[in-house]
Design a protein around this ligand. Structure first.
Ligand SMILES: [Zn+2]
Length: 450
């Protein structure tokens, strides 16, 4: 289908990728290609051990690759790499399959000394798909005692990305910061930029990804303060922040999960990854597991009480009852308890309805701030514990005023493309391509490139 301006429908959304991890962008065919001359020498222990822990059996990667090369069939390899619906939304299983790629990557980095080869496969795939603008992100393992390894990894990745750019393919890079050491690693990124000024136009932002549970956005406050000050002092090297939040949040109440998304935006993250907590219906969310979201730490409950008192009048405008006397009494009772002690509260229909209205309030705050939600349908269904297409948060997002972009997240591991993800949204929302395009706009407008 074509639109009246002659462009294929949803062309902008299908050619501009804002939420993708370079590590998750290798397809099974790429792995076969990269390992064909090396599979007998690669150290597979990381993959084999984690796979055994997650699936209860030890795979034989050498036999797997030998058979795939012999038969020229990818089925068995895909069964050990592609993360499907049948894997049951278990992050340990996702990581076990991801480790197949890590073993190959380590071999190319540490034994062959050619890690760029891995990224070249990723760029080739994205070019073949017709992508024109991509912001890649990558996470390096971080060890306090070896800061130079962090700098080296990201400088090399950024330089390879810079060299991949052509007239019709532009790539940029967001450095993923470990959630447990954001400020420390942010300073290393600044050091990297000091030492590599040629990478200024490529490294345009920072990202927070991987497990979010245990890392409240409030713990990044010092990092954001420092970032905003630096951005103001040196606007020519402004770094923007993308932040995975509200993706997997079984460790806390639904109210806190909603709050986290809002807090990440208010701290200054311009794009938020997933935000399932803002769009998944509360009744569906609590039905996902027995006693889901009923318990959380005292520190989270106290943070929620502070939020409710602070936003009392705005919450009430959205129909959320806030009993400040009761909240202050509860705060006094909790004050003497350890931060990590657990408090539990069961859900009833009125609390679930209040959470729905809290989602509306937080979405309105995101819209007012101009924050973009990056939604990744397949990822949310397979690892984000969204039970069904009809429950996907994208429906609420589309009905709200927030800015919205669609991403493929880890397309190689999900065996999907960005176009597949956009088509999924169109199919499951029942919107016409032109109506969806009109709602989304051009994601290129939300890029971090300066
Ligand atoms: Zn992601």
């Amino acid at each position: 289908m074509q639109l009246s301006d002659g462009q294929p429908a949803l062309q902008a959304a299908k050619t501009c990728e804002l939420h993708v991890h370079s590590g998750g962008s290798l397809f099974a065919a790429d792995l076969l290609n990269l390992a064909r001359d090396h599979y007998e020498k690669i150290d597979w222990s990381l993959f084999v051990d984690s796979f055994e822990r997650a699936y209860g059996r030890r795979p034989d990667p050498v036999a797997l690759f030998r058979e795939a090369l012999h038969s020229q069939r990818l089925d068995a390899l895909k069964a050990h790499y592609v993360y499907g619906a049948e894997d049951g939304g278990d992050f340990a299983r996702f990581q076990a399959k991801f480790n197949l790629k890590i073993c190959i990557y380590r071999h190319w980095w540490k034994v062959l000394g050619q890690p760029e080869e891995i990224l070249q496969r990723v760029f080739a795939h994205h070019r073949r798909e017709g992508l024109r603008y991509v912001e890649y992100r990558a996470m390096a393992p971080y060890d306090h005692t070896r800061p130079e390894a962090f700098v080296q990894f990201h400088a090399l990745t950024a330089r390879t990305i810079a060299q991949a750019c052509t007239a019709d393919f532009t790539a940029r890079y967001l450095v993923s910061l470990p959630r447990w050491a954001p400020l420390e690693c942010y300073k290393l990124v600044q050091r990297l930029l000091d030492e590599n000024e040629d990478l200024l136009s490529t490294i345009v932002g920072l990202d927070f990804c991987h497990f979010e549970e245990g890392y409240p956005p409030a713990s990044t406050r010092a990092f954001f303060r420092c970032l905003h000050r630096d951005n103001e002092l040196r606007p020519e090297r402004t770094l923007a922040v993308a932040y995975h939040v509200g993706e997997v949040y079984f460790d806390k109440s639904l109210e806190s999960a909603v709050r986290w998304c809002q807090e990440a935006a208010e701290l200054g993250a311009l794009r938020l990854g997933h935000c399932t907590a803002l769009g998944l219906d509360p009744e569906v969310a609590v039905a996902r597991r027995p006693q889901a979201h009923e318990r959380e730490s005292v520190s989270e409950r106290l943070a929620q009480i502070a939020y409710d008192l602070h936003h009392k009048s705005a919450l009430e405008e959205f129909g959320v009852p806030v009993d400040d006397q009761a909240l202050m009494q509860e705060r006094s009772r909790l004050a003497s308890r350890p931060d990590d002690a657990l408090v539990g509260r069961a859900y009833d229909p009125s609390r679930l309805e209040a959470v729905r209205r809290r989602q509306d309030f937080a979405l309105s705050r995101l819209a007012a701030l101009g924050a973009v939600v990056e939604t990744c349908p397949t990822s949310n269904l397979r690892i984000g514990a969204v039970p069904d297409a009809n429950d996907h948060p994208v429906h609420r997002f589309l009905a709200s005023d927030i800015r919205l972009a669609i991403g493929a997240d880890d397309p190689g591991l999900f065996d999907c493309t960005l176009a597949d993800e956009v088509n999924w949204v169109q199919h499951h929302t029942g919107l016409t391509p032109s109506a969806l395009q009109a709602r989304l706009g051009d994601p290129y407008a939300y890029r971090f490139a300066r």
